[in-house]
Write a protein that binds this ligand. Structure first.
Ligand code: ARG
Length: 580
């Protein structure tokens, strides 16, 4: 609907160019907003205000001309001029009903597939494998996953890249420790990577011989020594299977096939340096190879270096990212590259993106975006820590979520068998953690709070899951399949109208999630949808309804609500429950 309206406005603009009301070369961006106040119609546009200057016209007069130039259509019921020159559009009832029927009849709720699909390469999760996944990996993993699912649903090609850190000096220490333990001990200790890492670090700090061996092993590993590589491979395998367990529990779509580790770029790194040298971008600074970009200056006003090769010849994080960005455009065919990485790496990515373009690692039209996110904080407002003050392993966090959900369930009245309770607790626990994160604006920090996230009230997973089960139970009582409700939709009651208006916003909501990579837009939408359903349910009897046509219409609205909730949650990576 939004796009159709945009289309009409584009045509009006063209019309005004022909009649020379506005200059032929003006290319306004046509923006449509959803007004908060329902009396302002369904969409508002500031187009006349934007064009007034180039047209040398009063915005209200221009708004009038724009309205007059709109082609004939059955979309708009009313277009009013408001304030200094806004145009408020009201969508026709006929259009609204048509949209609802189409959504009801369509598997994908009538959500449009992109007319120009992108090939989107998405870097998310990407933990370092030396340690176990901890709470710091949560945001990248689930936000990246939700955006990937949404883009896929909209018809884009999505290529996931789990750029795991599997290379670097820490691995020397880990391999040395593996070597010291005998095989069975080592297997056992590796079942807890966190402890293993700590033990290795302890050995490294206390023994000079051990530290020497660790350094030696890094050199051998990097020069391709077979023994070292086998040992390393063993470690990486174990670490990756820990990650996979977390992904599976979280219901995140990543698999081993999406892993494109740092080490996979090793044989490209010398070429990266050579390429930079040929382009005349390389500068030697205290023995290290650097690139200085004018765009990035330090506090002292001097350009900051991007170090691409260390004094001893070793390559860096940035070098690998240059190789990776080239691979993503040139080998994978990406037209849009997304990086879901902590905001502390913003400077790194801005430098990489600028340098990659300047040096020609990437070319032509290409969207490259660092989707930064804030931190997870504890109740004290400081970075979230476990009880013993250490980092919280994700696996432990999820255990606790399930435990807490189970306790809550057991306190409530319900007819679930113990096995069902276990299952419900699992879904509720995990989805609460995910939803709490996804529903916050990606760019800000947020406070991790068990009580709020597990609450059945407010913008939470339990609230939405419960809302879904409520609609399902209407159908169970009605004894009718959601897909087989006959008849037309009738919108008479104010609450029916409000629910209908919310239902048809699904499409545009998904578009904005995909454009801005902001899953909290979808969460907000679903929360409002559940709210609209709840007041509809309260005011509009469904089953206690003598009028068969009205009963069917209301059942249809309920079915659409359930399916939209379910689809929306699925795009967030959250499963629904039939009962809870
Ligand atoms: N492994 C890195 C870390 O844990 C994140 C990698 C992000 N992706 C990238 N292409 N640099 O900080």
């Amino acid at each position: 609907m939004k796009e159709a309206l945009q289309q009409l406005l584009t045509q009006a603009v063209e019309q005004l160019k022909v009649s020379q009301v506005i200059p032929a070369d003006s290319q306004p961006r046509i923006q449509l907003d959803r007004p908060r106040d329902k009396s302002h119609g369904d969409f508002a546009s500031n187009l006349a205000l934007m064009l007034a200057k180039t047209a040398k016209m009063n915005p209200r007069a221009l708004a009038e001309q724009l309205i007059a130039a709109l082609p004939a259509n059955d979309l708009i019921a009313k277009a009013d001029i408001a304030g200094p020159g806004f145009i408020n559009f009201t969508i026709s009832q006929q259009q609204l009903l048509g949209q609802l029927q189409a959504a009801y009849a369509s598997q994908r709720l009538n959500v449009e597939l992109s007319a120009e699909p992108d090939c989107v390469v998405i870097d998310y999760s990407s933990p370092n494998l030396a340690k176990e996944m901890h709470v710091g990996h949560l945001r990248s993993t689930i936000i990246g996953d939700a955006v990937s699912r949404t883009l896929e649903f909209l018809g884009h090609q999505v290529i996931r890249q789990n750029h795991v850190g599997d290379w670097g000096t820490q691995f020397g220490m880990l391999l040395a420790h593996m070597e010291e333990l005998d095989a069975s001990d080592s297997q056992w200790q590796l079942s807890n990577l966190e402890t293993f890492y700590k033990a290795a670090k302890k050995r490294f700090d206390e023994s000079e011989t051990f530290a020497d061996r660790a350094r030696q092993l890094v050199v051998s590993l990097q020069s391709g020594d077979q023994y070292c590589n086998q040992l390393w491979q063993q470690f990486i395998d174990i670490s990756l299977s820990h990650c996979q367990e977390v992904y599976d529990r979280l219901g995140v779509k990543l698999t081993r096939a999406d892993v494109m580790a740092e080490s996979a770029y090793n044989d490209k790194l010398a070429g990266v340096i050579e390429h930079l040298r040929e382009r005349g971008l390389l500068v030697e600074d205290q023995g290290a190879q650097c690139v200085f970009l004018d765009e990035f200056k330090g506090k002292d006003g001097e350009p900051l270096p991007v170090i691409v090769q260390k004094k001893g010849g070793g390559y860096l994080y940035a070098t690998t990212d240059l190789a990776a960005i080239e691979y993503r455009q040139k080998q994978l065919g990406g037209t849009r590259l997304l990086y879901f990485v902590d905001q502390r790496q913003s400077l790194h990515f801005q430098q990489i993106f600028t340098l990659a373009r300047k040096a020609g690692f990437v070319e032509g039209e290409l969207d490259i975006e660092h989707l930064a996110f804030g931190m997870v904080l504890g109740k004290d407002g400081k970075p979230f820590k476990s009880r013993d003050g250490g980092v919280t392993k994700l696996a432990d966090l999820l255990d606790e979520a399930q435990r807490r959900a189970l306790t809550l369930l057991q306190q409530k009245d319900n007819e679930l068998s113990p096995a069902q309770q276990q299952h419900v607790a699992e879904v509720v626990g995990i989805s609460s953690v995910k939803y709490a994160d996804l529903s916050k604006n990606r760019t800000s920090d947020y406070m991790f709070d068990w009580d709020t996230m597990l609450s059945f009230e407010g913008n939470t997973a339990p609230y939405l899951l419960y809302a879904f089960t409520r609609v399902r139970s209407v159908f169970e009582k009605a004894g009718i399949d959601m897909a087989e409700v006959p008849g037309e939709i009738i919108l008479e009651h104010e609450k029916e109208q409000a629910l209908a208006n919310q239902l048809v916003k699904f499409n545009e909501t998904l578009q904005s999630v995909a454009n801005k990579c902001m899953p909290h837009f979808l969460c907000g939408y679903l929360f409002d949808l559940a709210g609209a359903f709840s007041s509809f349910y309260e005011h509009c009897p469904i089953l206690n309804q003598d009028d068969a046509a009205l009963r069917n219409s209301r059942l249809k609205l309920s079915a659409l609500t359930a399916r939209t909730l379910q689809q929306g949650l699925a795009l967030l990576g959250i499963d629904t429950l039939e009962k809870m």
